[in-house]
Design a binder for this molecule. Structure first.
Ligand SMILES: Cc1cc2nc3c(=O)[nH]c(=O)nc-3n(C[C@H](O)[C@H](O)[C@H](O)COP(=O)(O)OP(=O)(O)OC[C@H]3O[C@@H](n4cnc5c(N)ncnc54)[C@H](O)[C@@H]3O)c2cc1C
Ligand SMILES: NC(=O)c1ccc[n+]([C@@H]2O[C@H](COP(=O)([O-])OP(=O)(O)OC[C@H]3O[C@@H](n4cnc5c(N)ncnc54)[C@H](OP(=O)(O)O)[C@@H]3O)[C@@H](O)[C@H]2O)c1
Length: 347
């Protein structure tokens, strides 16, 4: 991994005004003579803490200014270590410990230091108790053939109420969606992936990517369109509401009109009083889907690992078993995997 600095040149809200989650399109400028990436690759982003969070910490630390830069770039202020928590506990009175228990264990460092301002840490002590700030990965959503000097991302800002009821943001997604300003540079690195388009440019491709899982598939479609590929493309996409979350709608519909995107099946889960997910669309089109697979299509899945990817695989197994009359569908999918015809990029 070779980190480099990339300037943020665009950030655009993709989700609608009524959406409870915020999803952004971001573009970073890169020098195409030095930086190369392939569809399917990811960008590692090294987040920074906001200046206001750092300020709130250093006012409680003796000579805090000396560690301000280090705190901003290298230490996680959001998620705290057990070591820090037990050290803090030892320095608090039993009454203060009881109050902390009531507030909840998932408070950030700035909140804790404000709540328990009677406690003192030296800068060195504090740094030794914090987690390092780790990079996060984001699937690149552009193709370098279409955008030679850009890397584009789609980022969902993680936001949830902590046990204290305070809205808490994901470190890197908040950095990308709020803290970093257009015109600022971020430290990033291109991460090579095995999630790759078929070498055969005419091979058909089935892409299943709800939510931000659409990211690599926009890159695949841009790449295949730029190469004038004759392969067929079938995208299963979905999110909560069509009006709020149909990301890249115009581009997808334009590709459909041009014949680049052969099929687009959409599953908006919350537009009716029962859930519709991508695997429901797969089930509805099971015979056609099996025909594509049987004729050699490559299957790609991207997005949520915990639920979506599991349920999509279950649906695929059913389709292989029922439509293909394959007795051992698990073995069949394993064979597809070994041949690179079933690839997943899930998180
Ligand atoms: C290969 C790969 C590709 C990826 N591509 C993308 C992409 O294209 N777009 C994208 O947006 N993301 C993508 N991700 C996810 C991304 O890397 C980050 O994991 C995500 O942005 C969250 O990071 P964060 O730093 O904002 O959150 P963190 O600070 O890491 O916080 C996340 C943590 O917050 C807590 N949390 C989150 N929600 C709740 C809740 N509701 N209640 C209680 N606690 C909660 C959990 O402890 C969770 O582990 C990808 C991940 C991988 C591995
Ligand atoms: N907590 C946050 O604020 C937050 C924000 C961003 C991302 N994330 C995490 O980041 C990942 C990606 O998030 P995302 O915004 O891209 O989208 P997502 O949360 O994965 O949701 C995308 C779509 O997938 C649907 N879905 C839920 N369960 C599914 C299942 N079992 N099978 C198929 N589809 C299913 C969702 O429906 P329903 O939601 O209607 O069930 C929604 O329509 C997820 O792991 C998510 O938890 C969390």
């Amino acid at each position: 991994m070779e980190p480099f600095m990339a300037r943020l040149i665009e950030r655009r809200l993709l989700s609608g005004n009524q959406s409870t989650k915020r999803v952004y399109h971001l573009a970073f400028a890169i020098n195409p003579r030095c930086i190369a990436y392939q569809p399917g690759d990811a960008l590692a982003v090294f987040p920074k803490n906001s200046s206001s969070a750092v300020e709130r910490v250093i006012t409680h630390i003796e000579n805090g200014v000396a560690i301000a830069q280090d705190l901003q770039q290298n230490y996680c202020l959001q998620h705290l270590t057990e070591k820090f928590c037990s050290e803090l506990r030892q320095r608090l009175s039993p009454e203060a410990c009881a109050r902390w228990d009531q507030l909840g264990r998932d408070l950030s460092l700035p909140d804790l230091l404000e709540q328990f301002s009677e406690v003192h840490f030296t800068g060195a002590e504090l740094l030794s108790l914090l987690k390092p700030l780790r990079p996060r990965l984001y699937s690149i959503t552009s193709s370098q053939r279409a955008y030679p000097s850009q890397i584009q991302l789609i980022v969902a800002e993680v936001a949830y109420p902590n046990s204290w009821g305070k809205i808490t943001y994901g470190v890197a997604s908040h950095y990308l969606c709020e803290t970093l300003n257009v015109g600022d540079e971020a430290r990033v690195a291109v991460i090579r992936s095995k999630f790759k388009l078929p070498e055969n440019d005419t091979a058909a491709v089935i892409m299943i990517g709800p939510g931000t899982g659409i990211a690599p598939f926009r890159s695949f479609l841009q790449e295949r369109a730029a190469r004038h590929s004759h392969g067929s493309h079938w995208l299963f996409f979905g999110d909560q509401h069509r009006r709020e979350h149909f990301y890249y709608q115009q581009e997808l519909e334009a590709w459909q009109k041009k014949g680049v995107l052969t099929r687009l099946d959409l599953a908006f889960s919350r537009d009716q009083d029962y859930k519709i997910y991508v695997q429901d669309r797969m089930r509805e089109h099971a015979a056609e889907l099996w025909r594509w697979i049987d004729e050699g299509a490559y299957i790609y899945v991207c997005g949520d690992a915990a639920r979506m990817a599991v349920d999509v695989e279950t649906q695929l197994l059913k389709i292989v078993h029922k439509q293909g009359e394959i007795v051992d569908p698990e073995e069949y999918l394993k064979r597809l995997k070994r041949a690179g015809r079933y690839q997943r990029d899930v998180y």
